[in-house]
Write a protein that binds this ligand. Structure first.
Ligand SMILES: Nc1nc2c(ncn2[C@@H]2O[C@H](COP(=O)(O)OP(=O)(O)OP(=O)(O)O)[C@@H](O)[C@H]2O)c(=O)[nH]1
Ligand SMILES: [Mg+2]
Length: 275
């Protein structure tokens, strides 16, 4: 089992800014307006990026789950996760937040959900929730088929909630990412950093790559890289003046390549029945 170091715990705890707590509270206050929840998880970390349970007042609403970044995750494990998460949920899908066509089945499920009559007008309001940088805003833009909400490749981009119309009666609520400090602290913090859920500054990048190397060595996962920082730095010619390899910059470059999927697909967590 992964045990976070004191440094990692401190880094993760410092990464629960005030706006996250405010985000959870704000959503709780809007709970009466919300008919359903779309929880966007990272398909590489479907367990650690689960956040729906943080929103107690939304717990009874029909919940859809999207395993996003399907393009970067292991295909068979994503399929297994979709099946494992299905019971008790309104629908579980895998998709790519930057591709509207990959979200067609999700869109159909959302727009055909039974409407709720509010003030004489049929409405269906869906809150899109998730850990930071899982692609919530991208997914909304793709479902709307136009860029209505800001997207960027770093966590903490969406700071305020906003309602956006999907069709005549369906509205989507974009929300800031939330993460339980405890989750980030005791679970695999380096995996969250590698996947961009925790900011690059939260954890020492060299440690992240070393932890990935150890993980691959223990599991034998066929990423098409060896995750040896020293070798990676030398291959890239990342040397300091004294001829030593520049491990820090190499680690940052490695993480960037990992996030772009240059080393292939990987899923860090397996569904409960397979563990
Ligand atoms: N490879 C890949 N990238 C994606 C996918 N979905 C979103 N992205 C990228 O992920 C980054 C983050 O997307 P956002 O939509 O801003 O994420 P968010 O969850 O709204 O982030 P916060 O508002 O910061 O919590 C962007 O660079 C997107 O282009 C996907 O399915 N695959
Ligand atoms: Mg966002």
């Amino acid at each position: 089992m992964f045990v976070a170091s004191a440094d990692e715990r401190r880094a993760a705890a410092s990464w629960f800014p005030g706006h996250m707590a405010a985000g959870v509270r704000g959503l709780e206050q809007s709970a009466d307006l919300i008919d359903a929840v779309l929880e966007v998880r990272d398909a590489r970390l479907p367990d650690t990026t689960a956040v729906a349970h943080l929103h107690r007042k939304l717990a009874r609403k029909p919940t859809f789950v999207l395993l996003n970044r399907h393009d970067l995750a292991d295909v068979a494990l994503t399929k297994a996760w979709v099946a494992a998460l299905a019971p008790g949920r309104a629908g579980v899908f895998a998709g790519i937040g930057t591709s509207a066509s990959s979200l067609r089945a999700l869109r159909t499920a959302l727009v055909s959900s039974p409407p709720r009559s509010s003030h004489g007008r049929a409405r269906f309001r869906i809150a899109v929730i998730g850990a930071p940088n899982t692609g919530k805003s991208s997914v909304i833009n793709a479902l709307l088929r136009r860029k209505r909400t800001v997207v960027a490749d770093k966590p903490g981009v969406t700071r305020h909630m906003s309602w956006l119309p999907l069709d005549g009666r369906t509205e989507m609520l974009d929300t800031p990412g939330v993460l339980q400090p405890k989750i980030a602290g005791v679970r695999a913090a380096w995996q969250l950093a590698l996947c961009g859920i925790l900011p690059a500054s939260a954890i020492d990048p060299e440690q992240v790559v070393d932890d990935l190397r150890d993980w691959i060595a223990a599991r034998g996962h066929p990423l098409n890289t060896d995750a040896e920082l020293e070798a990676f730095a030398r291959r890239r010619g990342m040397l300091r003046r004294d001829g030593e390899s520049d491990r820090r910059n190499a680690a940052l470059a490695f993480m960037k390549d990992f996030r772009a999927g240059r080393f292939g697909r990987i899923t860090f967590e397996v569904p409960p029945e397979r563990t």
